[in-house]
Design a protein around this ligand. Structure first.
Ligand SMILES: [Zn+2]
Length: 313
């Protein structure tokens, strides 16, 4: 499937009517939001939905909190994502929400968000924990692999690679399931996934070991991979997106697309770096980017970057 180059903000804040003059041709927003769809249609922009998968309010749903290697619910903060994937009722709800949205709306793309095991990564010093070791998740591991490893100590001590592969397979299977639902309703709809922005070796392999995001396994389901390049929040410099893009052929299959989401708080420098020669981002999303287009000086910088990326791709 050929993927168009889509450029625009993430967020449901209203955009000025002339926003397409600044190179914007798409908007990403949370959920199947009726007003956002109608704003897009009025402005002639492609509507792309950010679809929440494995993220829940743990205060309201403590049963979804994954269990750590110490047998207790994991530590978590405001940004935590990932749930216990043995909670079938909740998983059924997620699927129903996706189906429901696709009955009513026709998005140009659906970007799966929080498609990971538990943790959070928008921070310079992550608090990484293995999960989920609830009895049901352990039983699922033993049954799927045929291994007799019924405690976190035995799993991590003797079968760490098998555990990691099992978790990555689970995430990739959910990606396939959601992608199949989207494509069955809208065959031309782009399926994207928001990704932990770390390279495979960082933080002792946490991309797969903790978050269970394996680009090769996910490639069958995902058309566009979108790492969250939030430089200041992650304690990185403005060149981080450029560095990630240039390394991406080492771990992203060649026939897949990469498209960064940048943080509005890092503009214009991170955007300018992204638009330099090297591996190109297939379009750009700007998190909380709508206010940018209220200020013509900043909006022109966006347009110049869009033009530079279009020339190079
Ligand atoms: Zn579990």
């Amino acid at each position: 499937m050929s993927i168009p180059l889509l450029f625009g903000p993430y967020g449901s804040a209203q955009l000025p009517p002339d926003v397409s003059e600044y190179g914007v041709n798409a908007v990403w927003f949370h959920g199947f939001n009726e007003r956002a769809f109608s704003d897009c249609s009025e402005r002639g922009l492609d509507a792309c939905v950010e679809f929440k998968t494995f993220r829940a309010d743990f205060q309201k749903h403590p049963e979804l909190i994954p269990i750590g290697a110490d047998g207790r619910p994991i530590r978590y903060g405001r940004l935590v994502q990932g749930i216990c994937l043995s909670q079938k009722d909740h998983l059924a709800e997620i699927e129903a929400q996706l189906l429901d949205g696709l009955q009513t709306f026709k998005p140009r793309g659906v970007w799966l968000d929080y498609l990971t095991f538990a943790g959070w990564f928008e921070t310079p010093e992550p608090d990484l924990q293995e999960s989920c070791f609830c009895p049901a998740c352990i039983a699922d591991f033993c049954q799927t692999t045929g291994l007799d490893a019924t405690t976190p100590e035995r799993i991590l001590g003797s079968y760490a690679e098998e555990w990691k592969a099992h978790k990555c397979r689970k995430i990739a299977d959910y990606a396939l399931r959601y992608s199949a639902i989207v494509k069955s309703k809208l065959p031309e709809c782009i399926v994207g996934a928001y990704m932990c922005p770390w390279t495979p070796e960082q933080f002792d392999g946490a991309l797969t070991r903790i978050f269970a995001q394996d680009y090769n396994m996910l490639a069958e389901a995902i058309d566009v991979f979108t790492p969250l390049i939030y430089c200041k929040k992650s304690g990185r410099g403005a060149g981080w997106g450029r560095e990630w893009l240039d390394r991406s052929p080492e771990f992203v299959p060649a026939d897949r697309n990469v498209q960064l989401i940048l943080d509005a708080g890092d503009l214009p420098d991170s955007l300018a770096e992204t638009a330099t020669p090297g591996v190109q981002s297939r379009g750009i999303q700007v998190f909380a980017g709508a206010p940018l287009f209220q200020d013509p000086d900043k909006a022109i910088i966006f347009r110049q970057s869009v033009e530079a990326i279009r020339r190079m791709t």
